[in-house]
Design a protein around this ligand. Sequence first.
Ligand code: MG
Ligand code: ZN
Length: 223
Amino acid sequence: MHIPVVQKVMKVNDELAAANRQQLLEAGVVALNFIGAPGSGKTSLIEASLSQIGDTLRVGVIEGDPETTLDAERINRFGVPVIQIETAGGCHLEANLVKQALSQLPLKDLDLLLIENVGNMVCPVEFDLGEMGRVAVVSVAEGDDKPAKYPKLFRTADVVVLNKIDLLPHVDFNAARFHEYLVRVKPGLQVLRVSCKTGEGVDAWVTWLRLRAKTGLQAPQPV
Ligand code: MG
Ligand code: ZN
């Protein structure tokens, strides 16, 4: 019987996630979980955010990847506290890994914690990390059918960043169809169109982020 084992793993994860959330709440840190496919531009979005935020908010970053510290090295250039979690091939972050990362971060000195999950649109959605909100990152190069194929990612997201809009002239992305699928999954979900390459839309995204940093000390919606 596999089902009881899976349930037990999720129960342990949920307990650790609740403890992480409590720790973050007590420190006054708003944590956001960035979920999207490899190459959707999650790290670039975090870089663009840090670049614009500068020292107006105290931001920390947790990077999740199967191997390497490449993304943490990119973030480290901004002079913010960053922890790389290497999952040793694992395809998602879990609360217990984030717990270890939290113990190495100066939480009392942070307003905002950006957690970049392992690139994957499926199982990261299932694992609560203790975050207060989720950002779904999807690039136009991936196609317009993603909300239909991966509904739970979008259903549990607080906002969608539609990234790489500078590529729209070069790819077959039907924006109307994308929005139609999205409305079926979660009516009213906000979509921010961004190009981290040209900077288009980054202002609106950072405005969302600042508002969330101010108001986001609350539990996420149940998944
Ligand atoms: Mg990355
Ligand atoms: Zn996984």
